[in-house]
Design a protein around this ligand. Sequence first.
Ligand SMILES: Cc1cc2nc3c(=O)[nH]c(=O)nc-3n(C[C@H](O)[C@H](O)[C@H](O)COP(=O)(O)OP(=O)(O)OC[C@H]3O[C@@H](n4cnc5c(N)ncnc54)[C@H](O)[C@@H]3O)c2cc1C
Length: 287
Amino acid sequence: MFDVIIIGKGPAGITASIYIQRAGLNSLVIGKDLGALAKTDKIENYYGFKEPISGKELLETGIKQAENLGSKIISEEVISIGYEENFIVKTTKRIYNSTSLILATGSNRNSSNIKGIKEFEGKGISYCAVCDAFFYRGKDVAVLGSGDYAISEAMELAPIAKSVTILTNGKKAPEYRSENIKINENPVKEFIGNEKIDKIEFENNDKINIDGVFIAEGVASSTDLAKKIGAETKNNNIIVNENQETNIKGMYACGDCTQGIKQITKAVYEGTKAGLEAVKFVRSQTK
Ligand SMILES: Cc1cc2nc3c(=O)[nH]c(=O)nc-3n(C[C@H](O)[C@H](O)[C@H](O)COP(=O)(O)OP(=O)(O)OC[C@H]3O[C@@H](n4cnc5c(N)ncnc54)[C@H](O)[C@@H]3O)c2cc1C
């Protein structure tokens, strides 16, 4: 059991963990990779560096700094979050628990723009199996994606739906095999329907009937995770108040996953605020 779990090891998450460790609490940081900044080799607009610094170097220095203060930082992919007396964070490897939770998962990855996804959102296209599986009891559903996150969404649906098909959209099929989960590797052309989605058309012109499609490409994004626990989102951002607090008590969000400019300075400021607020929350629970 940790005082605070932070999902994301970019500037926002690492800064939050620095403040939490310095306050004498314990934090676990879970990040799949180094995030957005690792893609740039020249940062010239962040305070304190005479010469440009690479994103990777800045991130690795921050991680070392946090580790020196006692932060536990692990590389795992989070597939789900929930709450039952305390926060529950499920990764592809195991389950972790904490009193408070901070989402610092960066901005949403680009998802494919297959025709029909936007049109049928809420009309058969869903982004959260745990939230919407109930509506597909005894129906035929598909999951778009080819990674661990897609598998976990398919497994969530399998006991409820009549059939579950993972659509890899031309990507290599996941290793995982289960009798009640089919895999279709054909590239998808379009999701078709009238009031609601009712068919998938593939590039080879094959069509299959479908009642619902769950989008689970790449890793679970900030808004995917937020939806699983009932946190409010708007335009792919997690909604927070001036204390970085979400509508879920004890849960905070910071950095690129909230509204506003997407820059390191903002991620560091919000990480500071989220860390300090999480400390206050944990102390209020243990008095
Ligand atoms: C090419 C490029 C150049 C940039 N240049 C600059 C610049 O010069 N100056 C500047 O100020 N800003 C720059 N930015 C913006 C900057 O990178 C971001 O504002 C900053 O990194 C946001 O920090 P963050 O911690 O919120 O998110 P990120 O740094 O994106 O970190 C997100 C973290 O969440 C993790 N994560 C996400 N989902 C999951 C999951 N399901 N399970 C586990 N972990 C997960 C990721 O692995 C990562 O560790 C640039 C961005 C890009 C893409």
